[in-house]
Write a protein that binds this ligand. Sequence first.
Ligand code: NAD
Length: 520
Amino acid sequence: RALSAAAVCRQTPYIANHDRIENPDNTKLFLDNRFLESKATTWIDLYDPATNNIVTRVPQSTTEELVTAVDSAENAFKSWRRTTLLTRQQIMFKFVQLLRRDWDRLAARITLEQGKTFADAKGDVLRGLQVAETACGITSQLTGELLEVSTDMETRTYREPLGVVAAICPFNFPAMIPLWCLPPAIITGNTVVMKPSERDPGAALIIAELAKEAGLPDGVFNVVHGTAPTVDFLIEEPRIKAISFVGSDKAGEYIYTRGTANGKRVQANLGAKNHAIVMPDSNKSQALNAIVGAAFGAAGQRCMAISVMVTVGDTKEWVSELIELAKNLKVTGGFEPDADVGPVISPHSKARIESLIQSAADEGAKIVLDGRGYEVDKYPNGNFVGPTIITGVKPGMRAYEEEIFGPVLSVVSVDTLDEAISFVNANKYGNGVAIFTHSGSVARKFQKEIECGQVGINIPVPVPLPMFSFTGNKRSILGDLNFYGKSGLHFYTQTKTVTALWRSEDAGADGFGVNMPTQH
Ligand code: NAD
């Protein structure tokens, strides 16, 4: 039974508190522009990370529902690919306007399901919204090449859509990452089947509702749910031509390997370990404040979070001030107006983070600020981990080798810039890195010699805006076309090259040619 969009998603006023929800709704599928109750037999309970009260139940989509999503996207592709670029652009203009209108509503859903603070959730939405805004400029981004290659003959290129594409998203940016995929995919003429994270799919459904309201035709965007069985369906389904994945190494390596073996184009952004190098000539207060924000903001659950601070020379003495700054952060439910750090996503994640902190202590590091067992009076059942700082961390320790994905900052001390660069370059990941310095030549040397794909100079989280691309490298990515920017448009399109000969009427007929040309 189809439910109207209004009946399902539009909550006015939307929920912007951590109160228990009486009779929570199930999360709906979005197929062919309709919100549908799933016929699933398996459901995943989704809890508010601040309270562990149930928020909704997420279906493990049935095979029939998954097939319907692809049928719908395949059918829609036939006409969507023929719409003019200007038609798609008009829908994108409207979509952007609606995302702005419902910005708070999206952010509130994120805080409720994912736990991050409301202010931070607004940033999550904005970073996705900016991808949609940039997609509005498609008319000057998709121009091809043209050359007169011979008399009366020219060769020109077009970028054409691939067909049905899939997006498999992580929990940590429930709006931004769906919006890394949807605008570039549809503006270039593809149709989309999206699987948001089963841990917080609400924002993706609001995005679906807004896309429909913006005028996106039936079937251009579909949302399915579930865990590995849904992913397995998407990677095996031959009608899906490309997969955009963002998430952990384990899932990403599997999806990339299987997806490419099945002939699909796959872009997979994976895990990270991002270092911040602090030089003695840096502005101490600027550097420490930036690192505290980047390490503990979003409870450390950003792929670009700073998780290792590398002190160079005397800056190791600055750790005591770092601890004081971290202690001042307010850890509480994300809707609290003074919240700096919300809960982590689940009790399992909290337990994992705390065990990694313990492993560092067991392996000889020193926990100088311990956020384990953190209690928030108003939210006694939340998954809170307080800011944690560990010194004396070394390669080989679990806390250094694994992505902790929590509010934990490891501190490593070296004597020189060269040592710092070698240390960071020895890490398998290459997502982001930052240096704090007042020296242009130090910054220049660092930028040249560091291997990471996204470098911040006095900027702790150097995520490029969508006129550029998200360019993590090394083991932080599989595939060679990045998300959004020019590279994102290339991912969702294939090049068609046309060579045309238009002789003038009086040129006469060409002779018969059986050999490859030997003259220019
Ligand atoms: P995750 O890998 O657990 O989940 C991501 C998606 O994969 C989800 O939709 C999930 O349902 C699916 N999935 C999970 N396990 C699977 C399996 N065994 N088989 C098939 N599908 C599976 O990741 P997460 O915990 O949601 O997100 C956090 C991770 O994402 C971190 O490692 C973080 O660094 C990474 N991340 C990377 C970037 C980047 O751009 N490099 C951005 C955001 C997050």
